[in-house]
Design a protein around this ligand. Structure first.
Ligand code: GLC
Length: 565
């Protein structure tokens, strides 16, 4: 199917390669807007709110998985790659979303989950019913166990969500049988990416959504598909465990390549998919590849591989002048070495929202989350720094990702009780790691309606904290200094001066030691990291995080100003 005629992409984004500078808004469908009142967001909900996103000034929407799924990992467990999950709607609803978004010049990006399927996928059911060594088993990673009776897991690999990465099955004849690999939850069996049938299946899935008008894909676990031959044990001091390190637990030097993260063989798959995307006009794919350092991550975006990759090194950097300046320099250098744009991101559905995260000196590791027993955040400080970090990020050249709710300054829900938690991490670690639910809570639209306007019945699949009413979109609309209006201004000025396609030049000579400044096109972005206010360099004040700041006024702690110098 072709994109609808009224699509205005080319008008809104002259020239090819829109993704190089795009601002892409991530929707977590369960929590964006609930059209039917069942407490879970859905596609009609998204479609009904497109005007607010158009007003915000974004270029594209990436939807976390909309495909059919038993939702054991909130959609990252797909049981049918060619259908929409009934909780979210129908294929027709999806087509309507693509068309209506297109009318507003907004592209729709799908989330593809190729590392594993759901245990309810037809192929996995077939594999369970089939015999060891069969073609059906060979689409997944089945192995005999170790030990006298195969009672021990085939190796020592651990699930990202905690516990072993292997589960033993009961064979069709009722005896205990083989084990299958699941790098994530046991409901998410890993595919065998050495099997050509798997590769062909995914080529076809890509085409299915591209034909329907998807602008591209965010590819889940893009660094995990290929496993080392023979599936050797993880060497315990080998530290490249995906994105599991927090900022202060940086990977040490690797002793040997990790047996499943970031294997060389993945690049072949990247190239294969790129060829499929290149059969279509104007499509792009972004890798979720937790591989460090950035020089390594950049190999995912070589000219014949991904268009973009999430810059998790930037996301992981604390609110610290030197560290931020260093990671910005390194990102621009490493990505431009391979001809790719840097792609900035501060929040997503797997990490603590940055308006909370940045209030801490020590944050829990990625994926661990914050629960009621953890030291509670300083909300005002988090919001101040969160807004500043956003204003810094959106002034940088390259693409940027915005996670739903961050344009409201939304904090993490840090006091969710165990009884309402849904992230498999919580269950697989017996609550030791509370997991990612805190950043996935349904977002507030209005202050006084049920579920803060998320759902007309007041139902929400995760409870919202009372404080969300202070962040409701309607309450911020048109209010000078609100986070929503700040984002609108940032995106508007960014577009006006084509900052996404610009370049960066440090101008620390213009500001005191505790601050930094960089020039992108005609715009000077000034950030104060200290408690010492200082007089802004001369120029027209275009946009600022600081309420009441005048041109050539004093920029306070954790505040940012964009100036036309
Ligand atoms: C990615 C997703 C995460 C999911 C995991 C398994 O990291 O972002 O939400 O749980 O993959 O699919």
């Amino acid at each position: 199917m072709l994109l609808p005629m009224q699509t205005t992409f080319t008008e809104s984004k002259p020239g090819a390669e829109w993704w190089r500078s795009a601002v892409i808004y991530q929707i977590y469908p369960r929590s964006f807007a609930d059209g039917n009142g069942d407490g879970i967001g859905d596609i009609p909900g998204i479609t009904s709110r497109l005007d607010s996103l158009a007003e915000l000034g974004i270029d594209a929407i990436w939807c976390s998985p909309l495909t059919k799924s038993p939702q054991k990992d909130a959609g990252y467990d797909v049981s049918d790659y060619r259908d929409i999950e009934p909780l979210f709607g129908t294929l027709q609803d999806f087509d309507e979303l693509v068309a209506k978004a297109g009318e507003r010049g907004i592209r729709i990006i799908m989330d593809l989950v190729p590392n594993h399927s759901s245990e309810e996928h037809g192929w996995f059911k077939e594999a369970l019913a089939a015999k060891p060594g069969s073609a059906a088993r060979n689409r997944y990673m089945f192995r005999d166990g170790k030990g006298e009776n195969g009672e021990l897991a085939p190796n020592n690999w651990e699930s990202v969500f905690g516990g072993p990465a292997w589960t033993r099955i009961t064979e069709a004849d009722g005896t205990l049988g083989q084990w299958y690999l699941h790098i994530f939850d046991k409901s998410q069996p890993d595919f065998n990416w050495e099997n050509p049938e798997v590769m062909e299946e995914f080529d076809s899935v890509l085409r299915f959504w591209l034909d329907r008008g998807a602008a591209g894909f965010r590819i889940d676990v893009a660094h995990g598909l290929v496993k080392e031959e023979g599936l050797p044990d993880v060497v315990l001091n080998d530290s490249t465990m995906g994105g599991q390190q927090g900022p202060d637990d940086k990977p040490k030097d690797r002793v040997s390549p990790h047996p499943f993260w970031g294997r060389e063989g993945v690049h072949e798959i990247n190239r294969r998919w790129r060829k499929v995307l290149d059969e279509y006009e104007d499509r792009a794919m972004c890798a979720e590849a937790w591989v460090m350092p950035l020089s390594r991550m950049a190999t995912w975006v070589r000219p014949d591989e991904y268009h973009q990759t999430f810059n998790f090194a930037f996301l992981d950097t604390p609110w610290d002048k030197q560290k931020l300046q260093a990671v910005i320099d390194e990102s621009i250098e490493e990505f431009s070495n391979v001809g790719a744009p840097p792609t900035w991101v501060l929040s997503n559905h797997d990490v603590i929202r940055h308006a909370t995260r940045l209030s801490y000196d020590q944050v829990p590791k990625q994926g661990d989350g914050i629960g009621p027993d953890y030291e509670q955040p300083d909300e005002a400080k988090g919001l101040r720094r969160g807004r500043a970090a956003s204003a810094l990020m959106l002034g940088l050249p390259g693409g940027a990702y915005v996670y739903q709710g961050e344009e409201l300054g939304l904090p993490e829900h840090t006091t969710l009780e165990g009884s309402v938690r849904q992230d498999p991490t919580y269950f697989r670690t017996n609550g030791e790691r509370v997991g990612r639910d805190g950043c996935r809570v349904p977002i507030p639209w209005t202050a006084s309606e049920p579920a803060f306007g998320f759902s007309k019945t007041g139902e929400t699949w995760l409870p919202q904290p009372e404080s969300f009413k202070n962040y409701a979109r309607a309450a911020q609309e048109g209010v000078v200094g609100s986070t929503l209006e700040l984002y609108k201004s940032l995106l508007q000025v960014r577009k006006q001066y084509a900052l996404g396609n610009g370049s960066l030049q440090w101008r620390n000579d213009l500001v005191p030691a505790g601050a930094f400044a960089f020039q992108n096109g005609p715009v000077l972005v000034v950030v104060n990291f200290t408690n010492e206010p200082f007089a802004l360099p001369a120029g027209e004040l275009l946009v600022t995080t600081q309420l009441g700041l005048a041109a050539e006024g004093h920029l306070e702690a954790d505040q940012v100003a964009w100036i036309r110098a």
